[in-house]
Design a protein around this ligand. Structure first.
Ligand SMILES: *[C@@H]1O[C@H](CO)[C@@H](O)[C@H](O)[C@H]1NC(C)=O
Ligand SMILES: *[C@@H]1O[C@H](CO)[C@@H](O)[C@H](O)[C@H]1NC(C)=O
Length: 400
């Protein structure tokens, strides 16, 4: 307390005097006689002073202490990985096993089972699973998400699950979805809404803008990201939520996935697959793609189709997946390598399974459906006893 303030120092002096032995000897009156004028004024001021101090304290409590108390501490943002690689392989399984996995029947969840089923490969990657599962835009619809997981009998030990971005925002249970993803160490792709939430988080906590890491020399920054809903969500994020979202990459290489016409049930052919939230440009290698395009694009603009737009209604705009499939077929005809893309983001076009592109946003947030695609390798034995592998996939949806 400032001793320079005459009022306060007087008050202080006053208190000190009353606490001396004089008080006990009943000689309080002598002070009034001694100093009547000065203390009289002071006694009149004390109520105002106390009110003022209590007021300041209350003000501090509600405007500084309380908000600080409810704002989670912040954590710094690290570079968002542009491209990452899945460190998981698919163990070939029988068709019976595939059915059992889906129905949940006869699935022994004993810890040792994975080891017994190993193909004898000594240098297998960190994780070998039976199914790779990708799920489209969940948008905070936790109940529907859990319903889908139980429909496909998701099991952490047999399956590797990747959510394709936009798993939070819009729906009411973003935090429940986040906590579930974190607790079950579920893999993720960054969506445009996760990116906006990170931008809002950086603004709110006065951190550096989120940025991307990768081989591209220039990364664009999106300016007009503000939406109240994303900001409100960003304010409530705790460090472990942010750290989870921040490690989701924009593109993930999946290894070999089936290549087949949508109507075929499995294929002996495979190609490298990737997961991305919105899409990719057909005319650029992965590490030259603009991550903002990868997060937001829906269509390409003619006549060259080398420019993206998030707005499918724009003039000369054609769905990126349509162009991409045409170009991949040309490549296949020329015996050039092809690539399959699993994506979300395009609720308007819904579940959209083509030969080289698999659109999995079936509009759960609009009350339509939430979809997953299951990918596995199936061992078949011919009549002559020869074994071959079929690459299989199946889309499963639940109503929202
Ligand atoms: C980046 O470039 C280097 C050298 O050109 C290459 O070895 C590396 O694989 C690239 N990384 C990515 C993520 O594309
Ligand atoms: C698209 O291609 C045309 C013709 O090759 C070229 O003039 C234009 O600069 C390209 N645009 C972009 C954004 O790459």
């Amino acid at each position: 307390m400032s001793s320079k303030d005459p009022l306060l120092s007087k008050k202080h002096r006053n208190k000190r005097k009353y606490s001396t032995d004089d008080v006990e000897t009943g000689e309080v009156g002598s002070y009034e006689d001694e100093d009547d004028g000065e203390y009289g004024t002071l006694f009149k001021i004390i109520p105002y002073l106390s009110t003022f101090l209590i007021g300041m304290g209350t003000l501090y409590f509600f405007t500084v202490f309380l908000p600080e108390y409810f704002i989670p501490e912040s954590t710094d943002l690290v570079g968002i990985p542009h491209i990452s690689e899945l460190d998981v392989i698919l163990k070939p399984i029988t068709s019976t096993r595939a059915l059992d996995l889906k129905s949940g029947k006869n699935v022994d969840l004993d810890e040792n089972e994975n080891d017994d089923d190993d193909d004898g490969d000594d240098d297998t990657p960190s994780k070998a699973v039976e199914r790779l599962i990708l799920i489209g835009d969940i948008h905070g619809h936790y109940t529907q998400f859990r319903k889908l997981l139980s429909t496909i009998n998701y099991n952490k030990k047999n399956d590797h699950l990747i959510v394709l971005g936009d798993f939070i925002t819009k729906g009411s249970d973003s935090f429940k979805v986040l906590e579930y993803l974190i607790a079950n160490e579920i893999d993720c792709i960054l969506g445009n809404h996760e990116y906006y939430v990170l931008q809002n988080y950086a603004t709110f906590h006065r951190l550096e803008e989120p940025h991307f890491t990768g081989n591209r020399t220039q990364f664009s920054i999106k300016e007009d990201f503000n939406s109240d809903a994303d900001y409100l969500l960003a304010k409530k994020l705790e460090p472990h939520h942010v750290q989870y979202i921040n490690q989701c990459s924009v593109i993930k290489k999946l290894g070999d996935v089936p290549v087949h016409k949508p109507k075929n049930n499995g294929s002996p052919y495979s190609a490298p697959g990737i997961a991305v939230h919105a899409g990719i440009r057909w005319d650029l290698p992965l590490d030259e793609q603009d991550p903002i395009d990868n997060l937001e694009m829906r269509s390409l603009l003619g006549p060259y189709f080398n420019e993206t737009t998030p707005d499918p209604e724009e003039e000369d705009a054609i769905s990126w997946s349509k162009i991409y499939n045409l170009k991949q077929k040309e490549k296949d005809d020329n015996d050039e390598p092809t690539m399959v893309v699993y994506y979300g983001h395009d609720a308007r076009r819904g579940l959209n399974l083509k030969q080289y592109t698999k659109g999995l946003d079936s509009g759960c947030d609009k009350g339509d459906q939430l979809s997953a695609i299951l990918i596995w390798k199936e061992i078949h034995t011919s009549k002559k006893g020869k074994k071959h592998i079929l690459f299989k996939e199946e889309a499963v949806s639940v109503n929202c």
